[in-house]
Design a protein around this ligand. Structure first.
Ligand code: ACO
Length: 328
C-alpha cells in the first residue's frame, strides 16, 4: 500500500504573556534597536509557571483536530517534536494524549530541535503511507523560557514559547498531499548549539547548579552560516524531488529564527519576499513550534489556496535540517 498523505487541519497556541524588547532591556544590557536590526524580533510569548510544554501542544492539537473534523478518540498516532519536554520521561506526547483523551493513540516524542516538526511530519507521513496508521496528530511545542539563561543577552533575546500542530491522514480523491520531504543531520557540529547540562553527560548537581548548564548555549555566527547553506540545499532538494521549480512555489515557510537568515535563503532560492512567510517579529524563535505555528497562521490567514505548492524548511541543533514540499 502507498497512500498519499494530506494535511487535514492545522492549529496553534501561544501563551498570553507578551515580553517585548523593551521588557528585555530591563533584564539584560540590550535594546529594541539591536534586537530588531540583528534578528527582526520585536516580542515573544512566555508561558505561565504552571503552563507546560504539553499544555501548549495539546491546545494547538485541539484546534487542529477541530479544523480536521477528527475526534480525539479516533486519533491513531501522536508525535511531539520538542527539546523542552515536561519531563525527561515519560514523553511529552503521553501527557498530550491524556489531555486530549486520545485513548487509542500511540504517543511518543522526537528531539530534533528547530527541525523537529518537519522530522515528525516525514515520520508520520511514512507511517500513514505504509498503512500502519490511518491518521496522526503532529505537534511542535516548546517552553524554551525554562531553558534560557536570562542573564545572557546573546541568547535570551532570541527565543520564545508556543506550539503548533497538524492532523495528517490519507488523502482522498482531489485533495492535496505531501509531495516530497528531506531530513538530514550533521552530528559533527553538536558543539555549535546545545543545552549542555541536565542529561547523563552532565547532570545538574549542587556543585554546578550556579553555572546554569541546563540552558541553551550557541555559537551564533557559526550557526548562521550553516543555517543558510543547509536550508537552501534542503529546500532546493524537495522542490526538485517534487518535479517543480522555484517559480512554481506559492509560499515558502522557513524556520523563524532570524530575519537575516530568512532573507538570505529567499535570495538564494530566488523567491521574492512577498512569497516568504514571516511571523518571528511576534514570537521570536520557538524552535520545533516555529514552523508549525507559521503553517497554521498561513493557513488561517488564507495565504494557502487549494492546489498551491508550498515549501517548509527548517534548521536547528544537531545540527539538523529538514524541508517539505506540499500541495495544499
Ligand atoms: N543586545 C545588545 N548587544 C548584543 C546583544 C544583545 N542582545 N547580543 C550580543 N550583543 C553584542 C555582542 O556582545 C557584540 O558586541 P562586541 O562587538 O562589542 O563584541 C555585538 O553585539 C555583535 O555580536 P554578534 O554575536 O557578532 O552579533 P551577530 O550579528 O552575529 O548576531 C545572532 C547574533 C543574532 C545570534 C546571529 O548570530 C544569529 O542569528 N545566529 C543564528 C542563530 C540561529 O539561527 N539559531 C537557530 C537555531 S536555534 C535552535 O535550534 C534551538
Amino acid at each position: 500500500m502507498n497512500h498519499a498523505v494530506t494535511i487535514a487541519g492545522t492549529g496553534s497556541y501561544v501563551p498570553e504573556r507578551i515580553m517585548t524588547n523593551d521588557d528585555l532591556s530591563k533584564i539584560v544590557d540590550t535594546n529594541d534597536e539591536w534586537i530588531v536590526t540583528r534578528t527582526g524580533i520585536k516580542e515573544r510569548r512566555i508561558a505561565a509557571e504552571g503552563e507546560h510544554t504539553s499544555h501548549l501542544g495539546a491546545k494547538a492539537a485541539e484546534r487542529a483536530l477541530e479544523q480536521a473534523g477528527l475526534a480525539a478518540e479516533d486519533v491513531d498516532l501522536i508525535i511531539v517534536a520538542t527539546i523542552t519536554p515536561d519531563t525527561l520521561t515519560p514523553a511529552t506526547a503521553c501527557y498530550v494524549q491524556e489531555y486530549l483523551g486520545a485513548k487509542k493513540a500511540v504517543a511518543f516524542d522526537i528531539s530534533a530541535a528547530c527541525s523537529g516538526f518537519l522530522y515528525v511530519m516525514k515520520i508520520a507521513k511514512n507511517l500513514i503511507q505504509t498503512g500502519a496508521f490511518k491518521n496522526a496528530v503532529i505537534i511542535g511545542a516548546e517552553k524554551l523560557s525554562n531553558f534560557i539563561n536570562w542573564e545572557d543577552r546573546t541568547t535570551c533575546v532570541l527565543f520564545g514559547d508556543g506550539a503548533g500542530a497538524a492532523v495528517l491522514r490519507r488523502a482522498e480523491e482531489g485533495e492535496g498531499s505531501i509531495l516530497a520531504t528531506d531530513i538530514g543531520t550533521d552530528g559533527g557540529q553538536t558543539h555549535l548549539l546545545n543545552i549542555p547540562g541536565g542529561g547523563s553527560a552532565c547532570p545538574i548537581t549542587i556543585d554546578n547548579a550556579s553555572e546554569r548548564l541546563a540552558t541553551l548555549a550557541m555559537l551564533g555566527k557559526e550557526v548562521f552560516k550553516h543555517a543558510v547553506r543547509r536550508m537552501k540545499d534542503s529546500a532546493n532538494e524537495v522542490i526538485e524531488r517534487a518535479g517543480l521549480a522555484a517559480e512554481d512555489i506559492a509560499l515558502v515557510i522557513p524556520h523563524q529564527a532570524n530575519l537575516r537568515i530568512i532573507d538570505a535563503i529567499a535570495d538564494r532560492l530566488t523567491v521574492p519576499n512577498d512569497r516568504v512567510f514571516v511571523n518571528l517579529h511576534k514570537y521570536g524563535n520557538t524552535s520545533a513550534a516555529a514552523i508549525a505555528i507559521a503553517l497554521d497562521e498561513a493557513n488561517r490567514e488564507g495565504r494557502l489556496k487549494r492546489g498551491d505548492k508550498f515549501v517548509m524548511v527548517a534548521f536547528g541543533a544537531g545540527l539538523t535540517w529538514a524541508a517539505a514540499t506540499i500541495e495544499w
